[in-house]
Design a binder for this molecule. Structure first.
Ligand code: IMP
Ligand code: MG
Length: 189
């Protein structure tokens, strides 16, 4: 079901799926869940960039552990909304994860390939525990069986942008999450 029509300042969007206040409320609730699980524990957060940047920035401010933060860069989409390019994960982690509790953050769980690969990478480094947290879950698209431990919102099988998510590297800065007008998806049928 299409959501509300996009406000004028988001003129490239066909409709908004998640508004800025809804994101804020959900991030707050997710943080409470995460704080309960890691209360009194050491925590290492690994954000998958670029997509998880905005989500991580907001979520981290609500986490209560004196946590450590590192990032891995992953990309699979190449200026396309559908065909995944070769999955590339650049492991330039600076932090030691062996013996630490790791929480991996990503913007969206789609086919599951990225999170499955990053989780395996961290497990191979002998972390004490590895959990995953995604803002969005597009269950219909799963290729690799994968469930995240913490999920913000389930979204329908539509390509979404905003709040860190891009189309051809644009729209990450939108404060809401929405679906682009068809004409902006270049060359899409
Ligand atoms: P997966 O490996 O297919 O689960 O894809 C995960 C990555 O694909 C995410 O981290 C996003 O960068 C990208 N992605 C998947 N679906 C969307 C979408 O609807 N909008 C923008 N990026 C997406
Ligand atoms: Mg991404």
């Amino acid at each position: 079901m299409p959501g509300p029509k996009a406000p004028a300042e988001f003129k490239h969007l066909d409709h908004v799926l998640v508004s800025p206040p809804a994101i804020k409320r959900r991030v707050h609730a997710l943080a409470a869940d995460i704080n309960r699980v890691y209360r009194g524990k050491d925590l290492t957060v690994i954000a998958i960039i670029n997509g998880a940047l905005l989500f991580a920035a907001d979520l981290l401010r609500e986490l209560r552990s004196p946590l450590r933060l590192d990032c891995v860069r992953a990309s699979s989409y190449h200026a396309d909304t559908n065909a995944a390019g070769a999955l590339e994960i650049i492991d330039n982690l600076k932090l030691e994860v062996a013996g630490h509790h790791v929480l991996i953050l990503d913007d969206i769980l789609d086919t599951g390939r990225t999170l499955a690969a990053v989780k395996k990478l961290i497990q191979r480094k002998r972390a004490s525990s590895v959990r995953t947290c995604v803002l969005l879950d597009k269950k219909a698209r799963r290729v690799v069986p994968f469930d995240a431990d913490f999920v913000g919102f389930e979204v329908p099988n539509e390509f979404v942008v905003g709040y860190g998510l891009d189309y051809a590297e644009r729209y990450r800065n939108l404060p809401c999450i929405g679906v682009l007008k068809r004409k902006y998806y270049a060359g899409k049928s």
